[in-house]
Design a protein around this ligand. Structure first.
Ligand SMILES: Nc1nc2c([nH]c(=O)n2[C@H]2C[C@H](O)[C@@H](COP(=O)(O)OP(=O)(O)OP(=O)(O)O)O2)c(=O)[nH]1
Length: 166
């Protein structure tokens, strides 16, 4: 099973609207869709270290004080495919810049482009951006790659305790 991360930097935008930093992914899984910065964990790396590294690599932002917001399991044809650790952060340095992997974009949290994201994201990301914690299982069918499989059903649990988790 792949272990991966997502990180959602948050800031106060104009008119005191809350904004989240999304990326438009330029290659790999989910290419052409919006997501948070993130990616696969490397051997010997904690998920938190992975989220920090991927955010730096993809958009050049140095995030600190990551808050664990979710643990998502993606199943493909009945088998665990990816376990994804989800973080929020309001502490970061630098300005988002494009990379070979991603175009960054600050987006109002009320205006996230769910129609241009993974099919499951509208189920869990709004709660995560509001400050809730979530554990979820999402089932896909149709074989590899995961981003071409069909999203079939899910289970979600809100308000889970993730404080002691990486
Ligand atoms: N928002 C969202 N993200 C997902 C879903 N499924 C899923 O794997 N992801 C995330 C986990 C990872 O952060 C990311 C895929 O990993 P990645 O970016 O490393 O994939 P890649 O194929 O581009 O890998 P690489 O060659 O760049 O290492 O997508 C989903 O349903 N929703």
């Amino acid at each position: 099973m792949i272990e991966a991360t997502l990180c959602f930097p948050l800031r106060e935008g104009g008119d005191a609207d809350e904004e989240v930093l999304l990326i438009e992914k330029r290659r790999g899984l989910g290419e052409g869709w919006y997501n948070g910065p993130g990616g696969k964990c490397e051997p010997g790396e904690t998920p938190r270290e992975c989220a920090v590294r991927e955010t730096e690599e993809e958009v050049g932002l140095e995030v600190t004080d990551l808050e664990k917001a979710g643990e998502l399991t993606f199943l493909l044809d009945g088998e665990a495919h990816t376990f994804c650790h989800v973080y929020r952060s309001r502490s970061f340095e630098g300005e988002p810049t494009s990379s070979e992997e991603a175009y960054p974009e600050w987006v109002p949290v009320d205006d996230v482009p769910y129609d241009r994201m993974w099919d499951d994201d509208h189920l869990w990301l709004p709660g995560v951006l509001e400050g809730n914690t979530v554990a979820g299982e999402f089932r896909f069918e149709g074989g590899e790659p995961l981003d071409e499989a069909a999203f079939v059903d899910h289970d979600l649990e809100w308000g889970v305790s993730l404080e002691s988790r990486e």
